[in-house]
Design a protein around this ligand. Structure first.
Ligand code: SF4
Ligand code: SF4
Ligand code: FES
Length: 360
């Protein structure tokens, strides 16, 4: 049912809808399930208005306006999808696609890596329609083990630069030059390892073309099998970032941040993003090891290992007293594990010397 206009309402595709002061037209449209295409938009970042793909028709405005940067105002009359707007979007897309060298990129490159490909299919947009110069020069000389810098695929949406600054506060990458000379770069055009980059992978995950890509995951691009995503929690620290673990069969082939993770909203640090090899590493311990009289570690049963540990604790208590025992719980354990740890130290040894590795 069409509502009556209020001081915070506008007309969206013929219907009166309310908005919250400060909302953009794109945000209002999204709340009403309008499928407006975007390329330079990342909901976590300040709107940029670079790609103009999100244009809408605003009655009274001379030209289509970018919905992601235009604030909603009372009385606006907005059309999100008209034949001329769709033609406008398709032409813009074909200009972008003429710049891009490759559309078929592995989804293992990054969370958003399929965005341009999907838009080109949606609009049946032609590649190579606008012949001419192309921008972006890949940095294959950057041999860091985590991030591929394949700027041949860069469309200058600046999402990587903005996420690095706004989400991470790193400012490790920036934009150099303008027009066809535009280049995403570090300061002085160096390698990522020599910059302020912390290898959190945020630039990789927001890149809509796969120009920035997860090198570790790409090792499995040719591995047969469907990619299955399983929601989980990073096990490294108490922040508890939500992640999607990607597998092909029994093999972990990559890890992506959960954009709807309540603790991280798509952010991860280097450990959560890239340090998952331990799970299937051949050196991972699968049985307890106990040091024998020969000074070497030997495989043991859990009973043998726990008896050995208990003997050690008892000996320390006997010689040095109960306050010689100090427990440090791991930030990687669940809360039940932490509870048991403090019971073990407080009730078991009679000391309050217990802390957590996040503080210790
Ligand atoms: S590298 Fe990716 S995210 Fe960065 S500007 Fe280019 S296309 Fe955008
Ligand atoms: S990704 Fe980093 S910050 Fe997040 S839980 Fe893992 S270790 Fe902690
Ligand atoms: S998504 Fe609005 S201008 Fe790019």
């Amino acid at each position: 049912m069409t509502k009556n206009p209020t001081e915070f309402s506008l007309t969206l595709d013929g219907k009166t809808v309310n908005f919250t002061p400060g909302e953009t037209l794109y945000e209002v449209a999204q709340r009403h399930q309008k499928d407006i295409p975007t390329l330079c938009y990342d909901p976590r970042l300040e709107s940029f208005g670079g790609c103009r793909l999100c244009v809408v028709r605003l009655e009274g405005a001379k030209n289509p306006v970018a919905s992601c940067t235009t604030r909603a105002e009372a009385g606006m009359v907005v059309h999100t999808s008209t034949p001329d707007i769709e033609t406008h979007r398709k032409t813009l897309l074909e200009m972008v696609l003429s710049e891009n060298r490759e559309l078929e990129v592995s989804p293992l490159r990054g969370y958003a890596s399929q965005e341009l490909t999907e838009l080109s299919e949606r609009y049946q947009a032609r590649t190579g329609r606008f012949e001419g110069k192309q921008s972006g020069e890949s940095r294959i000389d950057d041999t860091n083990p985590f991030i591929l810098r394949d700027y041949d695929l860069c469309i200058s949406c600046y999402r990587c630069v903005r996420v690095c600054a706004e989400e991470e506060g790193d400012y490790a990458i920036s934009v150099m030059n303008r027009g066809f000379e535009t280049q995403i770069t570090t300061e002085f055009g160096g390698l990522l390892k020599d910059s302020d980059c912390t290898f959190c992978g945020q630039c990789v995950q927001t890149c809509p073309t796969g120009a920035l890509a997860d090198k570790k995951a790409m090792r499995y691009s040719e591995t047969p099998g469907e990619i299955i995503k399983t929601r989980s929690i990073c096990t490294y620290c108490g922040v508890g970032c939500s992640v999607d673990i990607m597998t092909k069969g029994e093999q972990i082939v990559g890890l992506q941040p959960a954009m709807d993770g309540p603790a991280n909203e798509g952010a991860l640090c280097i450990k959560g993003q890239f340090a998952y090899d331990f799970v299937q590493h051949e050196d991972r311990l699968t049985t307890p090891l106990v040091r024998g009289d020969d000074g070497e570690l030997h495989e043991a049963t859990w009973e043998e290992a726990l008896d050995k540990a208990a003997d050690g604790f008892k000996r320390v208590m006997r010689i040095h007293g109960r306050h010689a025992v100090y427990g440090v719980a791991s930030g990687r354990t669940p809360i039940e594990g932490d509870y048991m740890m403090q019971r073990f130290i407080r009730a078991g040894f009679g000391t309050n010397y217990i802390d957590n590795c996040s503080r210790a």
